[in-house]
Design a protein around this ligand. Sequence first.
Ligand SMILES: Cc1cc2nc3c(=O)[nH]c(=O)nc-3n(C[C@H](O)[C@H](O)[C@H](O)COP(=O)(O)OP(=O)(O)OC[C@H]3O[C@@H](n4cnc5c(N)ncnc54)[C@H](O)[C@@H]3O)c2cc1C
Ligand SMILES: *[C@@H]1O[C@H](CO)[C@@H](O)[C@H](O)[C@H]1NC(C)=O
Ligand SMILES: *[C@@H]1O[C@H](CO)[C@@H](O)[C@H](O)[C@H]1NC(C)=O
Ligand SMILES: *[C@@H]1O[C@H](CO)[C@@H](O)[C@H](O)[C@H]1NC(C)=O
Ligand SMILES: *[C@@H]1O[C@H](CO)[C@@H](O)[C@H](O)[C@H]1NC(C)=O
Ligand SMILES: *[C@@H]1O[C@H](CO)[C@@H](O)[C@H](O)[C@H]1NC(C)=O
Ligand SMILES: *[C@@H]1O[C@H](CO)[C@@H](O)[C@H](O)[C@H]1NC(C)=O
Ligand SMILES: *[C@@H]1O[C@H](CO)[C@@H](O)[C@H](O)[C@H]1NC(C)=O
Ligand SMILES: *[C@@H]1O[C@H](CO)[C@@H](O)[C@H](O)[C@H]1NC(C)=O
Length: 549
Amino acid sequence: MKMVNFTLHHHFAFLFLLAAPMVAFAASTPDDFLQCLSIHSGNTSAISKLVYTPINSSYYSVLDITIQNLRFLTPSAPKPNYIVTPLDVSHVQASIICSRQCGLQMRTRSGGHDYEGLSYLSEVPFVILEMANLQAISVEAEDKTAWVQSGATIGELYYRIAEKSKTLGFPAGLCPTVGVGGHFSGGGYGTLLRKYGLAADNVIDAQLVDAQGRLLDRESMGEDLFWAIRGGGGGSFCVVVSWKVKLVPVPSTVTVFKILRTLEQNATKLVHQWQLVANKLPDDIFITLMLQSYNSSLNGTMTMQATFHTLYLGGADSLLEVTSSRFPELNVTRQDCNEMSWIESVLNFAGFSGEPLEVLLNRSSNTKIFFKNKSDYVKEPIPESGLEGMWERFFEEDQGVPMMIWDPYGGKMAEISESAIPFPHRAGVLYMIQHTTGWTTGGNLVAPKHVSWIRSFYRYMAQYVSKSPREAYINYRDLDIGMNNVIGDTSYKQASVWGKKYFKNNFDRLVQVKTAIDPDNFFWHEQSIPPFSSLKKRKNSRVSMYSSQ
Ligand SMILES: Cc1cc2nc3c(=O)[nH]c(=O)nc-3n(C[C@H](O)[C@H](O)[C@H](O)COP(=O)(O)OP(=O)(O)OC[C@H]3O[C@@H](n4cnc5c(N)ncnc54)[C@H](O)[C@@H]3O)c2cc1C
Ligand SMILES: *[C@@H]1O[C@H](CO)[C@@H](O)[C@H](O)[C@H]1NC(C)=O
Ligand SMILES: *[C@@H]1O[C@H](CO)[C@@H](O)[C@H](O)[C@H]1NC(C)=O
Ligand SMILES: *[C@@H]1O[C@H](CO)[C@@H](O)[C@H](O)[C@H]1NC(C)=O
Ligand SMILES: *[C@@H]1O[C@H](CO)[C@@H](O)[C@H](O)[C@H]1NC(C)=O
Ligand SMILES: *[C@@H]1O[C@H](CO)[C@@H](O)[C@H](O)[C@H]1NC(C)=O
Ligand SMILES: *[C@@H]1O[C@H](CO)[C@@H](O)[C@H](O)[C@H]1NC(C)=O
Ligand SMILES: *[C@@H]1O[C@H](CO)[C@@H](O)[C@H](O)[C@H]1NC(C)=O
Ligand SMILES: *[C@@H]1O[C@H](CO)[C@@H](O)[C@H](O)[C@H]1NC(C)=O
């Protein structure tokens, strides 16, 4: 195995060193994989046009196009031996069967937004199954349902729904370029979370291909696997090809406001009060809170800015009744409120203003940066002294451009049971925090200091957030909280450390489902659900699996 020149963050380097002496891979010539694909897809000339290797001039553009985190967009990051871009299910089936047969690991990529790059990075020879061409969406407005393929983006889904109806929507994320495949697999939330729950809560059927290459739907996969794919995290069980979702009613007029307050404008008191109020308001109102530090141009000293960005499912007059009675301290006025359609609110929350709706179809519309993000769940309000401690840390040097996004729970989120789907963060959660630091200059040279800043911030936060386990959101993937130890070798005990943070007690059921559907652990990544059998097969499981082919 070739030693690659590794400058990724330390986990990958660490893993690689551990794995290298233990795992031997069956030699496979390029032709083996291509030949296998053409046998299994039945049309050699058709499939070869869908496979990229480094000799194809567009290999790098296809690889790089959806990579979101610039930390992983470097020449020294590991590159796939093949990128397969299926046009139909038979190509997905062939890719799985042939990756297996040739001893290649497979990574499935839909929108490429994984925070740690797990959909396109691997330590061992690998194939990327690039789902971007499987992007069909069919909306049945009368039925209030839609089928959407994994390679579509959520922006495309919103656009196609709005094309058919002004009073239907879907409760998924804010950033339109996020891929359906990974997003629905891990939950998926946005402005409709308090009213309708997560994207995964609204999935009613799916089509997937399992590790044996079988095409299954809800009826043939059974309720356990159907449960697992709705929030158990991508890349562990199968490749989900498409999802049937339940659309949700939205009023023809919604209202949006965005109110900014600095420390000088009592931000600390407002943030404290938000913690008491935002999760108890009627479920028609979603006030997300963004916290940033900046150097005040007034006198050149640092301050905090709190942004209260709100979606209300109704008109401005009734919104003002709610805010003036329930959150008067925020002083929301009529001038702050903008009435619009739901789809316009989607653009507003994605950071657009005045662009045509078609911007939702632009797969490269968001700005890519270098970042490290982490998540927390808060169950008790943080005292003002705790908030002040956060601000101090935001004023330190070396932090990059830090930001926190606080998303209120309650409403529908508190009504759904913890075990309804694998996503367990329900009643009792006041809000979720996303900790982020991002930067655009200095590249990976400055990554260590910014990453170390956010890790230390996360340590400071421990006293104020959920404990035993310290809960985390799977779609905000964070390898700091733990990972499978060695390529292809996963022990339950080790995995349960991060597994319980993401899934609480649902982790055990996920392990059971994994054991039933993929006992050989074909679908593997640094935070994939392990099968029980990998306990017995430790050390040589993958070697024997590959060399027996
Ligand atoms: C800029 C940005 C904004 C975001 N905004 C939100 C938000 O508002 N709300 C929210 O909830 N999350 C948000 N996220 C997080 C996002 O939900 C997750 O990163 C999600 O996993 C991305 O899905 P993807 O298909 O784009 O990612 P990918 O990187 O393609 O995939 C993520 C994981 O899922 C696996 N996977 C992908 N496709 C499939 C498939 N078809 N079948 C099985 N496994 C698959 C991959 O192998 C990988 O393990 C955001 C992320 C970014 C970078
Ligand atoms: C094979 O694929 C090529 C290219 O897409 C197509 O032109 C041809 O008709 C296909 N042949 C068969 C037998 O399907
Ligand atoms: C990549 O190059 C090979 C060899 O020239 C060719 O057969 C294949 O069709 C190319 N792939 C794509 C996607 O163009
Ligand atoms: C900076 O200016 C703001 C706004 O006028 C003021 O409230 C704050 O006290 C000033 N800070 C310092 C250190 O002077
Ligand atoms: C901040 O709070 C103080 C005391 O509660 C109040 O007097 C003052 O008007 C507030 N300032 C702003 C800008 O709201
Ligand atoms: C804020 O900006 C002023 C003027 O540009 C600068 O002198 C000062 O050092 C900055 N403060 C910090 C903490 O960056
Ligand atoms: C509320 O906002 C209005 C308009 O911005 C402003 O005139 C008024 O002083 C504010 N009231 C308080 C109590 O801050
Ligand atoms: C898509 O967005 C990018 C980034 O904002 C922009 O450069 C590009 O022109 C847009 N493409 C289209 C077709 O609008
Ligand atoms: C992760 O953090 C970066 C940097 O702050 C930010 O740009 C990005 O939007 C964050 N992800 C989400 C989903 O907010």
